[in-house]
Design a protein around this ligand. Structure first.
Ligand SMILES: [Zn+2]
Length: 360
């Protein structure tokens, strides 16, 4: 009987995940254009109230930025509550780059497909299914549980978790532990060796916008002060720049741990070469060895035969990330040591200048 109930919850998790993916909750980072989170929050609210939850439905600092929080009483109120939280937004997806439409929520080949299927409508769907399973079947967990479905994670949480913690801390009162996405995962290093990684810190981030001024002119003429050319040079230089290696204590401890279970060495004089042995996660671990800067957006001009005086619009963004525990504060004036001779400047992007942190 219990097994059947769990199986039903598992089946429902697939349906819920698929239906959530069909709600386009793209978070562009521009509050003006984020609209889908509200529909997703309403969907979650309905699924919770349907089985008897009393929910808190909270708008977090901006129109359409909605969150849903529900509590389930546990057997032992003296124990701290467990917070299980997930975000409802997703990063943008271009359907042209997908073999399955990113907002189809298609279930095929034994998988749920779409944007958010792994980050993180899958976990939201599972959490929702379990919350419904508990309530429907009168299951009392050992301790209080708080389920939170949140807005705006993909743009830093300013209109989601951050707003809620600052403005509605009582919603999380009594919580002593929390579970959400990516705090740890496992990898197979060798045939018989599996490692379970635990996140100990996150990278800092500073998004920057580069702007170059030149002289406007016609594309048919000789032109020595072309803003697009200068910006391209700066972007290329920034993208190729290598920051110095800085191995933090936690990264060293991680590498030593891998040595212990695999016998692989990570000598200081060939750190990056040896980290490549880690396979799929080598790019992620490599990013903990040094700060990184990646140009991410590029646009300029308005007509193919006109040289614009400014190259920036709508933005030439660089995603600059500091390795764990290192500050991005000194990047405010772009300390990326690149020549400024060509007259470009680099400043924190208005859209997202504060510390979002992730390796993704
Ligand atoms: Zn996520």
């Amino acid at each position: 009987m219990t097994e059947n109930l769990i199986e039903a919850a598992a089946d429902e998790a697939v349906t819920l995940t698929s239906e959530l993916i069909r709600i386009d909750t793209t978070n562009t980072g521009d509050p003006e254009t984020v609209v889908g989170e509200r529909a997703a929050a309403e969907y979650v609210a309905e699924k919770l109230t349907e089985v008897g939850y009393e929910i808190e439905y909270v708008e977090s600092g901006g129109a359409n930025r909605h969150n849903v929080i529900a509590r389930l009483a546990g057997a032992d109120p003296s124990r701290g509550a467990l917070l299980v939280h997930g975000h409802l937004d997703v990063v943008p997806a271009d359907p042209g780059e997908w073999s399955v439409h990113p907002f189809s929520g298609a279930v095929q080949d034994g998988y749920v497909w779409g944007r958010g299927a792994v980050d993180m409508k899958d976990m939201v769907g599972m959490t929702l299914a379990l919350a419904r399973h508990y309530k429907r079947n009168g299951i009392v967990p050992p301790r209080d549980m708080i389920f939170a479905f949140l807005a705006d994670e993909e743009a830093g949480g300013k209109y989601g978790a951050q707003w809620l913690v600052s403005n509605r801390p009582e919603l999380f009162e009594g919580a002593t532990e929390a579970i959400s996405e990516v705090g740890g995962f496992s990898i197979t290093l060798k045939d018989d060796v599996r490692a379970y990684l635990v996140e100990t810190a996150q990278r800092g981030i500073r998004w920057m916008r580069l702007r170059v001024r030149g002289t406007a002119g016609h594309g048919s003429m000789i032109h020595h002060d072309n803003a697009v050319t200068k910006l391209s040079e700066a972007v290329a230089k920034l993208g190729r720049h290598q920051f110095p290696l800085v191995v933090s204590d936690s990264v060293r401890e991680f590498l030593d741990g891998v040595t212990e279970i695999t016998g692989w060495d990570f000598p200081e004089d060939d750190l990056e070469g040896s980290v490549a042995k880690l396979g799929n996660i080598s790019r992620m671990i490599g990013a903990t060895l040094r700060d990184t800067a990646n140009p991410t957006m590029l646009d300029a001009g308005y007509k193919s035969n006109v040289i614009p005086s400014v190259a920036e619009r709508p933005s030439t963004a660089a995603s600059c990330r500091a390795a764990s525990r290192r500050s991005t504060a000194n990047w405010t004036n772009c300390s990326v040591p690149t020549s400024n001779a060509s007259g470009w400047n680099c400043r924190p992007s208005r859209r997202r200048s504060t510390g979002r942190s992730s390796t993704r």
